[in-house]
Design a protein around this ligand. Structure first.
Ligand SMILES: [Zn+2]
Length: 294
């Protein structure tokens, strides 16, 4: 083994030990602390890609630049998981006692255990065939008391719920004043409409709504303050009235961008952060920050 390789191996081992000590010490914002197992698998010399959920660093994510791809080899996150997580950690301060509910998380028990070490975490699901959640929960009739939750992370769930207004008013009811719902859905077009033919996502659950930018107004009607979180690249395109080349049938990008209002967007990641964490193509990274006023 070359001396340089041995030194790199030593550096990796030391990095893993430091990560373990930091994790166990539990100091600082644990949401952004590196998982010890991610540190052990990271490349310190080539780290163009960084997972903001587990802290893994490496040459690149697996797969392509798409919200449903760019897989982290350690925690299994795809890029939309990382953007939702990014929005949460960027938009709220750290509170280890925060009551956090995640609806239908994609990630496995390892992730859920780590989350439970970071905050007061519960996951839920409605249709237990696709994901195993810790509690069964219907967003239209949430079996929780008023003013219970500090944070809700809800990735790609609302489009599968028939009554959007009921779900939003239920979310508003169970949030504590000052709480945030980070609401992520696919945004395939400019204005909300039901699908013209039956549409399913990978987990065989029917899609009731294809949302557009007007979801922000529905969220406000439920009582929330709403910010539409995007990357700088999406806002720049909206400012310059540009669209994106995209071959996928799942999104009408020209229609989506035709209704994109740069003044209604809040930038949470610049181009280098989008590059590092895989938030591309830009039009697939929109999250609605629904804030219950104090
Ligand atoms: Zn990861």
């Amino acid at each position: 083994m070359l001396l340089a390789d041995r030194l790199i191996d030593k550096a990796h081992a030391a990095y893993g030990r430091v990560a373990l000590l930091r994790w166990k010490a539990g100091k600082g914002d644990l949401r952004t602390a590196t998982w010890p197992e991610a540190a052990g698998r990271s490349s310190l010399t080539k780290s163009d890609a960084v997972c903001n959920i587990c802290g893994w660093r490496g040459r690149g994510f697996k797969g392509v630049a798409h919200s449903e791809s760019a897989l982290c080899p350690t925690c299994g996150s795809i890029s939309r998981d990382r953007f939702l997580y990014w929005c949460w950690t960027r938009r709220t301060g750290y509170d280890p006692t925060a009551k956090v509910l995640e609806t239908s998380p994609r990630l496995d028990q390892t992730y859920r255990d780590k989350m439970a070490e970071r905050v007061d975490y519960t996951s839920s699901d409605y249709d237990e065939s696709a994901h195993k959640g810790a509690m069964r929960l219907d967003l239209q009739d949430i079996a929780l008391p008023d003013n219970t939750l500090d944070i809700v992370l809800t990735p790609h769930v609302l489009e599968h719920v028939p009554d959007t207004d009921k779900a939003l008013s239920e979310l508003f009811r169970v949030m504590k004043p000052g709480g945030h719902v980070f609401l992520q859905i696919p945004l395939p077009q400019s204005k909300t409409a039901p699908p013209t033919e039956p549409e399913y996502h990978g987990d065989n659950t029917l899609v009731y709504w294809r949302f557009g930018w007007d979801l922000a107004d529905m969220i406000r009607s439920a009582g929330f303050v709403c910010d539409v979180l995007v990357t700088s690249e999406l806002r720049d395109a909206a400012l310059e009235k540009r669209s994106f080349q995209y071959g996928g049938a799942d999104c009408d990008v020209d229609d989506l961008m035709s209704g994109a209002d740069p003044d209604a967007m809040t930038v949470v990641a610049d181009a280098s952060q989008a590059e590092r964490h895989g938030f591309r193509p830009p039009f697939q990274f929109v999250t609605f920050d629904c804030h219950k006023p104090v």
